[in-house]
Design a binder for this molecule. Structure first.
Ligand code: FES
Length: 168
């Protein structure tokens, strides 16, 4: 655009070739601009889907305020907790959450009563297992077997729709 003004002084002084080249570029950029805007929206949406555990999505899904942990089960990152048998180790809250029957959510400390392992948890056949030394607990925290020798402490849980409030 500036080149045209500098060389010709006015738009009427533009020769046909320059006009077509300029108009073509403008149209091309306008076209690309529209698509780039579309890409921005798409990539923004995609990046929300790919947020890491500590990203924005997780921040809105799990909030910790002192001894209160709030889970928003509408968040994609917590989708495992929406159905029966789903469970998650929420390390940032030091909580294991388990969906017992599709509705009831139970929450436990992630600190194993045996030797305080926090990251060896698994859940299957309605039992929690600490793989550090294979202590096993029922899905209500009751001790079953292994060196822990006592129950896994359970936290109080209140659920309103898809918002779960855990009091530690
Ligand atoms: S720390 Fe869990 S079984 Fe040993």
């Amino acid at each position: 655009m500036e080149k045209i003004k500098d060389n010709q002084g006015s738009p009427s002084g533009i020769n046909r070739k320059q006009f077509l080249r300029t108009a073509g570029s403008t149209a091309l950029f306008a076209f690309l601009g529209i698509h780039l805007t579309g890409c921005d929206v798409t990539s923004s949406s995609s990046s929300d889907d790919r947020e890491p555990e500590n990203g924005n999505d997780e921040d809105s899904a799990v909030s910790v305020d002192g001894n209160i942990v709030t889970l928003n089960l509408d968040a994609d990152s917590l989708s495992a907790l929406r159905s029966a048998g789903g469970w998650m180790l929420l390390s940032q809250a030091s909580v294991i959450a388990v969906n017992i029957d599709g509705t009831l959510i139970r929450a436990f400390t992630d600190v194993c009563p045996h030797a305080s392992c926090r990251d060896g948890w698994g859940y299957s056949n309605e039992r929690l297992v600490c793989s550090c030394h294979n202590s096993v607990f029922e899905n209500d925290g009751t001790f079953v077997s292994g060196p822990a020798g006592r129950d896994l402490p359970e936290f109080s849980v209140e659920r309103k729709g898809n918002v779960v409030t855990i009091t530690k």
